[in-house]
Design a protein around this ligand. Sequence first.
Ligand code: 5AD
Ligand code: SF4
Length: 463
Amino acid sequence: MNVKTAHVRSFGCQMNKLDTNLVANALARAGFKFTSRASEADVVLVNTCSVRSHAEERVFSLLGHLKHIKKSKKGLIVAVFGCMAQRLGKELLEHEAVNIVCGPAQLPQLVGLVSKAMENKAGAVAVSSNIRSKHRWEEFNALDDFECAYDSALGETPRQAYVRIMHGCDNFCAYCVVPYVRGPEVSRAPETIIEQIRKLAESGIKQVTLLGQKVNAYRYTAGDRTYGLADLLYMVSDVDGIEWIRFVTGHPKNFGVEIFEAMAELPKVCPYLHVPAQSGSDRILKAMNRGYTCAEYLELLDKARAIVPTIAIAGDFIVGFPGESEEDFEATVKLVKRAEYKNCFVFKYSPRPGTRAEDKLIDDVPMEVKKRRNTELLAIQEQISARSNKKFLGQKVKVLVEGMSKKSHLNSTEKPDQPQLIGRTATDYIVVFNGPVELAGRFVDVKITRTSALTLFGELDNG
Ligand code: 5AD
Ligand code: SF4
C-alpha cells in the first residue's frame, strides 16, 4: 500500500497543542508518515486559533500559500480544524485551499474525514451546530474515548504531556471568543483523568500539565462526592512516575485556598500560578465581565504567597479595551508594579465577532495608543523581571530539560556534543545551558551564572 504523508501545523494555546498531538497520534496509528514540508505532503492539517484576529490572519496567510502549492499538486487535501473551524464553519470551505473543516468537538472524526476526502475528493464540514448546548453528551463521550485512546501523544517535549481536565468556558468575558468556539464548561471524570495519567506515567511521562480555560473551576460530582482541582492534585500526586504537576490557566474569581494548600503540601505540584488579571482598572474589569476588583485580585496574590512562599506568578493583560482611558491604563501599570509577576503577557485588544464587547462596545482606542500601552507595560515588567531574576545568580536550580534551544545553531563548533539546551524550573523559569542533547526529558541541576529579564543562563552542575 502506498504510505500517505501528513504535514501538521498548530497555532494557538496549550489546549491546541494537546489537540494537535492527539490528531498526530491518530494519524500515526492510521499509518500516516509525517513531513515538515507542506509541499511534500498528501494531506496538510492546520489546527487554528480565533482568540485574536492576528491568529486568524496567520492561518489565512498559510491557506494562501497552500492554495499555491495545490496548483501544482492537485490531489493535496487540506484540513482546517480547531477554533476557527468551529467559528467559520461552511464559510471556510469556500476558501479555494480547504477540503475539510472540523471543529474541536469533532476531532475523533478527523482522520476518517481525511481518508474519505483522499478517496472521493469531496469537501466535508463537521462542526457543532449548537455549541452552547450543555447536552452534547455523545460528542463529549467520543472526545473522552479519543483522548484516552491517544493519550501517549507525540509531544514536542520529551517526557512531558498535557492532560485536559475540562472543556469550554462559561465565563463570557466580554472580549473572549472561547465560550463560542469551545462551548460550555464540562469537567472530565477524575477516574478517567487519573487512568490516562497512569498510562502516561507508564510510557515514561514525568511532567503533566492539567489544562482548562479556568482550571480552578474544575468540579465533578460522582454520587455524593464533588471533586475540585485540589482533590485532583492529591490524586495525580499519588501516580508513581509523575514527578512534576502543573495546571493552567487559573481564573481570579472563586480561587479556593485549598488549591494553594495542596500546592504547599504536595512536593510534586509545581509552585507556579498563571492567573490573568487583564486590567488593573475596576471600571474596565467590570466592562470585561471579569467578576473581581483589582483589590480582590491583589488579595488573591497575597493569599497565594502567604500559603506558598516560593510561588512564581504569571499574568495576562489586555490593553486598549473599549473605553480604556489613560487613567485606566495607569491603574494597570500600578497593578503590574505591585503584583511582582515572574512574567506577564500583554495583548492589544482585538474585537472578536459574536462577543459582547464586539457587539455592544466601540473599539475606540486607536492602534497607536494600544501599541504604546503594550510596549510600556512590557517595559515595566521587563525591569521588574530583570531585577528580580538577579536573585538566582550563583544559585543551583533543578530543571526539567526540554531539548535544544532555538539558538543552538549559534553555538561554537568547539564542543559540538554540548549544544545549548533549554529547560524550565518548577516555577517555570526558562534556563539555558550547554550539555549533551541526551539530557532532554531528564531532571538536572544548573548553576546560574547570568540572568536577563526572560532567561536564566548557567552551567550544568554535575556535583
Ligand atoms: N483581544 C486581545 N487579547 C485577548 N485575549 C483573549 N481574548 C482577547 C481579545 N479579544 C487574551 C487574554 C487571555 C489570553 C489567552 O488572550 O489576555 O488571557
Ligand atoms: Fe475567555 Fe474568560 Fe473564559 Fe478565559 S475565562 S477563556 S478569558 S471567557
